[in-house]
Design a protein around this ligand. Structure first.
Ligand code: NDP
Length: 318
């Protein structure tokens, strides 16, 4: 079992460099995956209400705390879904998450997307099956003001955001004086987020890279099959996924690859070092070829378009 590097957050807490993603699984897969991950050294888990599997994660946690790991040695992130942005809903949704997980607190709680849906109509309120019904009365500042009260409750150690542009971050900080501890965004060689990284670095905001393997969905071009990634993997005797995780870590992100397969969970966690030359070779994949794999449900131009200026797969040529 390998133990791994941790990165310091502005709160002085430490976030393990590699965590387990938990989005998109079949029933029971995540329970098993979380147990395998923790037994094999993972200490960082990335969860969300919208993944609809936090109950499974809770069952896995019961199997490993305290027999395999102490609660305080885990770093658990969860996220507030878009239909609970209303200030009176924020703590309620957190309470629901804690109940599902069987925990007293999470280490990090994020605003999942910078958009509020109308409350009380399920996760995906829609009039026509395609467009989300937005709550235009609730601003990000309203939600952030409710979020920053949470650490005082003892139910979260830190709060942050996800999918936030620089302008969104500047807006909530200007209104409250409180910076998010983390911004979790899609980041991989095809979407390196360098400008955002620089802004966050100078502001003391840590970035966690999601979809570090390029999401690898069926029918989409797979980043793990990119010739440059394959070449470096072969040279290092590593897997393609290890190379992509190493690229994210080398850039300065914490990285949260998802897998529900035991061999991949274990191998994705094994750290590989990239030389400057190999790092640059992988980085070159994204030069003038940016590709975003995640376009959220209900995306409309009423959301900040700058977040989505790289249309899904527009330029994926390989
Ligand atoms: P990833 O880039 O982690 O890719 C996951 C896919 O890659 C799965 O299909 C998985 O299949 C496959 N895979 C895993 N390991 C390997 C390997 N070694 N070789 C080849 N294929 C592999 O995509 P995600 O989009 O899931 O992102 C990771 C995590 O980030 C999510 O699970 C979630 O926790 C978080 N996230 C957050 C978002 C946000 O808005 N904040 C949005 C999207 C993701 P299999 O399971 O079968 O191994």
């Amino acid at each position: 079992m390998s133990f791994q590097k941790v990165l310091k957050l502005s709160t002085s807490a430490e976030i393990p460099e590699i965590g387990l993603g938990t989005w998109m699984s079949k029933p029971h897969e995540v329970e098993n995956a979380v147990e395998i991950a923790v037994r094999n050294g993972y200490r960082h888990l990335d969860l969300a209400m919208i993944y609809e599997n936090q109950d499974e994660v809770g069952r896995a946690l019961k199997k490993v705390i305290p027999s395999v790991v102490k609660r305080e040695d885990l770093f658990i992130t969860s996220k507030l879904w878009n239909h609970s942005h209303q200030p009176d809903q924020v703590e309620k949704e957190l309470d629901e998450t804690l109940k599902l997980l069987g925990l007293d607190y999470v280490d990090l709680y994020l605003v999942h997307w910078p958009v509020a849906f109308v409350p009380g109509r399920g996760f995906y309120p829609s009039d026509d099956g395609h467009q989300a019904v937005l709550d235009l009365e609730t601003s990000l500042v309203d939600t952030w003001k409710a979020m920053i009260k949470l650490p005082a409750t003892g139910k979260v150690r830190a709060v942050g955001v996800s999918n936030f542009t620089m302008d969104y971050i500047k807006g909530i900080v200007a209104a409250t004086g409180v910076k998010p501890v983390v911004n979790q965004v899609e980041a991989h060689p095809l979407l390196p987020q360098l400008e955002l990284l620089e802004f966050c670095r100078t502001s003391g905001i840590h970035i966690t890279a999601y979809s570090p393997l390029g999401n690898n969905l069926k029918g989409k071009p797979k980043l793990t099959e990119h010739p440059a990634v394959k070449e470096v993997a072969q040279k290092l005797g590593a897997t393609e996924a290890q190379v992509l995780v190493a690229w994210g870590a080398h850039t300065g992100f914490s990285v949260i690859p998802k897998s529900v397969q035991e061999d991949r969970i274990i191998s994705n966690f094994k750290q590989v070092e990239l030389s400057k030359e190999d790092y640059e070779k992988i980085s070159a994949i994204g030069h003038n070829n940016h590709t975003r794999f995640n376009i959220p449900y209900g995306y409309t131009p009423m959301w900040d378009i700058s977040l989505f200026d790289e249309p899904e797969e527009k330029n994926a040529k390989y």
